[in-house]
Design a protein around this ligand. Structure first.
Ligand code: FAD
Ligand code: NAP
Length: 335
């Protein structure tokens, strides 16, 4: 087992925070991970692509960098296929692999950074599609016992950017493999205006999983800050879901408020809109701030510390709460 000591994590988190790992170990297989468990070094911290993470301090113990690879068709059915993917596979490459094999279901989730193993942690979602819609099961190793466990869909308690792995089981398991069900006959989802408009601009009348993926890639590349150029972890906050009565009161006060009615009877108000209305969009404070094109994304202008970004996030939470009476919650995992 080759440990790296005091290893810089700057290249391993998309915020580009210069924190260090006391010990750092890359695992390519389950047995590599079991070797790490045999060491007495604790606590363990599992790292994927570091794209949903804000490091506010150095990481004590052992950082496990997940590099378990392998994509496989597990079972063929008449209308669908079950596939498995090693948790260290790059998510977007898995999406492209599926599209290449004409398997539908995750095309709307194109270009989301990070690993396959982290996708269930927050039930990744974009453009009206969530991982849970194609999820079958995952394999994980319990850190305390080293025992393997299967989590079926119901065990994961998926919610909006949520799962049991962000709640009760936070930090308890190392996810090693994810199983998905993809469709041979495609159910396309172009409910989000941005996709509809892009397809229209391109003159595409009969969309396919490939053209939807390409549209999503185009929209995201033009709108979202590229972590390779400016550090960020995507949406820093979740979009709040509020009751109809609270919404009605807000709408009286702010008639232009943007909203989406949800199937659960609540109303979703885009956090980006709240932050923008509150004057934070594009405003730089020290080495951080809310991005100029998407206020939901906090960025590192180069020299920000994790603490500085966290303090700014708290500033925005307080300010939005004062103006709208809505307390934003972080989506990013803060360490
Ligand atoms: P990491 O950041 O490495 O880890 C996240 C958390 O999961 C940590 O707590 C970590 O300990 C834990 N973890 C990671 N891997 C494992 C494992 N194998 N076993 C157990 N625990 C593990 N998210 C969306 O949902 N939708 C989007 O559209 C989206 N767009 C984004 C756009 C940009 C530009 C960026 C930077 C981020 C975006 N994200 C989005 C957030 C992020 O890409 C996803 O949450 C992604 O799934 C994180 O993967 P990761 O491998 O980088 O996880
Ligand atoms: P957008 O299209 O400008 O829309 C702003 C917000 O309004 C989104 O957050 C979305 O909520 C909501 N929305 C838009 N159209 C909707 C519809 N038809 N029905 C219900 N809700 C609708 O958002 P964007 O920033 O460019 O992001 C596009 C998609 O990528 C979104 O789904 C977003 O979640 C996802 N994304 C996620 C991250 C992340 O880090 N989590 C980063 C970038 C983009 P939802 O967010 O609930 O979909």
């Amino acid at each position: 087992m080759q440990l790296k000591k005091n290893h810089s994590l700057k290249k391993f988190n998309t915020f580009g925070i210069a924190a260090k790992a006391e010990n750092f170990y890359s695992v390519q297989s389950e047995s590599d991970f079991l070797d790490a468990l045999k060491s007495a070094i604790r606590p363990l911290f599992i790292l994927g692509g570091g794209s949903n993470l804000l490091l506010t301090k150095d990481v004590k113990g052992l950082v496990i960098k997940n590099e378990i690879k392998g994509i496989k068709i597990e079972r063929q059915f008449k209308h669908c296929v079950h596939i498995s993917a090693g948790a260290g596979e790059n998510w977007h490459e898995l999406v492209l692999w599926c599209i290449n094999k004409k398997l539908g279901g995750i095309e709307n989730l194109s270009l989301i950074p990070g690993t396959v193993g982290a996708a269930p942690i927050q039930n990744i979602g974009a453009y009206g599609v969530e991982l849970k819609e194609v999820f079958v099961k995952l394999e994980a190793i319990e850190i305390a016992s080293g025992k393997k466990k299967i989590f079926w869909k119901k065990d994961c308690q998926f919610g909006y950017r949520e799962s049991v792995f962000k709640q009760k089981e936070k930090g308890n398991y190392f996810i090693t493999k994810v199983f998905l069900r993809l469709n041979k006959k495609h159910n396309l989802n172009i409910s989000y205006g941005a996709i509809k408009n892009t397809l229209k601009e391109q003159g595409i009348k009969k969309p396919s999983i490939k053209t939807i993926s390409q549209a999503v890639i185009q929209i995201r590349s033009s709108k979202l800050p590229d972590p390779a150029k400016i550090g960020n972890s995507g949406s820093f906050f979740k979009n709040p879901e509020i009751s109809k009565s609270q919404f009605k009161k807000l709408q009286k006060q702010f008639p232009n408020i943007v909203f989406y009615d949800l199937p659960n009877g609540k109303v979703k108000v885009p956090a980006g809109w709240l932050i923008e209305q509150d004057g934070w969009k594009g405003k730089r404070v020290g080495h951080t701030g809310a991005h100029k094109n998407q206020a939901l994304v906090l960025v590192n202008y180069g020299k920000a510390t994790g603490q500085e970004i966290l303090q700014h996030a708290k500033r925005i939470i307080d300010s939005v709460n004062k103006k709208f009476g809505i307390k934003l919650k972080a989506e990013v995992n803060v360490y």
